[in-house]
Write a protein that binds this ligand. Sequence first.
Ligand SMILES: C[S@@+](CC[C@H](N)C(=O)[O-])C[C@H]1O[C@@H](n2cnc3c(N)ncnc32)[C@H](O)[C@@H]1O
Length: 426
Amino acid sequence: MYPEVAAAIILDLVEKRRTSLRSVALEYFRRHKDIEYLKPVVRVLTLNVLRNYILLDYIAEIAGLDPRIYRDIKRWLLRILVYEVTHQINKLKKSRVSKIANILKLKNQFINTLKNIDVEGVRRKLIKLNRIDIAYSIPYWMILLFKNARIPYLEKFLETLLHDPNLWIRVSTHKISRIELVKLLKRMGYKVREDSHFFDCIEVIDKRRSLLAKTIYYHKGYYTIQDKSSILIGHVAYPSNKIVLDTTAGAGLKITHMVQLGALRVIAQDIDFKRLLDAHIHAKRLGLANRIFLINTDSTKKIFNCPDIVLIDPPCTGLGRLSIQPELKLHLSRRYLNTVRRLQYQLLYNVIKNVRRGTRIIYSTCTVTVEENEDLVKMFEKEGYIEVIRHKPFIGFKSFIDERIQRLYPHLHKTQGFAVTVMERT
Ligand SMILES: C[S@@+](CC[C@H](N)C(=O)[O-])C[C@H]1O[C@@H](n2cnc3c(N)ncnc32)[C@H](O)[C@@H]1O
C-alpha cells in the first residue's frame, strides 16, 4: 500500500462522512494495523492536501487537466499527486509517481508540466489578481466572513493557516512547578519555552503533538495539551474561592484549570454524556476530580443555580482552528453557521434568564466571526440584560466593534483564532 492511496481513502471518507480527519484516520489505522508505520506520512499528506486543495485543483488545470473528471478517491489521489510533485519532487521515488499516474491514467506530459510549476509563484499571481480564496484554499464565503470580522493583516492570517499551529501545554502547578516540568521535557528531547504571560503555560516548539500525549509525565498528570487562548480563560475568570458553572464543559479543559486556580467548586454541564466521561477521565488524571460535579443536561433548558462565574464556550464554526482542522473547509456551510448561532443564542439566553444580578458571564469561542461573537453579545447588551465589562489579562487585540472584547489570532498571538467577552448580568 502506498501512503498516497491510504491518504486518498481517508480524505474521501472525511469528505463523505463529514467527520473529523483525526477520527477517520484513527479508525482507518485501527482497521489496518499492518500499515500503521505509514501513519506519520499519511498525517502530513492529508493535512497539507486539505490545507491546499483548492490551489491544487487550480494547479492541475494550469498543467492541462480538468480535475473534475475524477470523483471520490481518485479526485483526492490526483490532489495528493499534484501536491507531492509540486512540493517535494526530490524526495519522491519516480516509480511511485508513475504507479499513481498509472492508476489515474495520467500522461507523462502532465507530470513533466507539473514539475516545472512554481507553486509560490502561482500563489503570488493569484494574490495580485485578488483571488485569495484560491491562493489560500479557503472557500469564498469564508473569506467574506473574515473580511467582515476585519481580521488585521488578513493575508498573513490566511498564510498561517497553511502551517501547523503553535503548540501549548498547561502545567499542573498543583503537582509540579513549571521549571521542573521544563527540565523534564527538555531531558526527553523536547524544545520548550516558558510563556511570558501565564505562569502555568509552556510553548512546545518542536510540535510533536501526538507524542506529547504519550509521555510518562502526561500520564502522571503533570500537564494538559491546551491552546494558550483557552488557558487565558482560566486567568480571565480568576476563580479562586468561587463557584464556577461551565455550561458546555466538553472534555473539561477549562473546568480543570478553574479547579487548579482555586475554584471552590465547579459544576460541569454538557449535553453529551461521552464528553463528560472524557472530562471525568481528564480530571482524574490531573487529580482534580473531587471538586468537579458533572451534570449531563441540555444547558439551553436547565442551568445549575447560583454560580459566581458562568462559562459559555459553545459549539461554533471553529474557524479559528482551520490550521489544525482544515477539513472544516469541506464540512462547514452558511446553514451550519446559522444553526450554531441559534444554539449560541439559546445558551446565552438561558444563562441570562436564570442567574442572579452581578453574576459574571464569560463567553468564548474558537472562531473569529463577528456573527458568533460581537453580534450576539451586543444584542443582549442593547436589550439591557447584560453589560460587557473590561477584563484582564488582555493579551490580544481589541475588537473593532467593542474594545472590551478580546480577540486572538494565530498570526499575531501564536494561538488559535479566539474571542472572549466578559459580561455582568444587570
Ligand atoms: C467547544 S466545546 C466545549 C469545550 C470545553 N469548554 C473545554 O474547555 O474543554 C462545546 C461543547 O458544548 C456541548 N454542547 C452542545 N450543545 C449543548 C447544550 N445544548 N447543552 C450543553 N452542552 C452542549 C458539546 O457537547 C461540546 O462538548
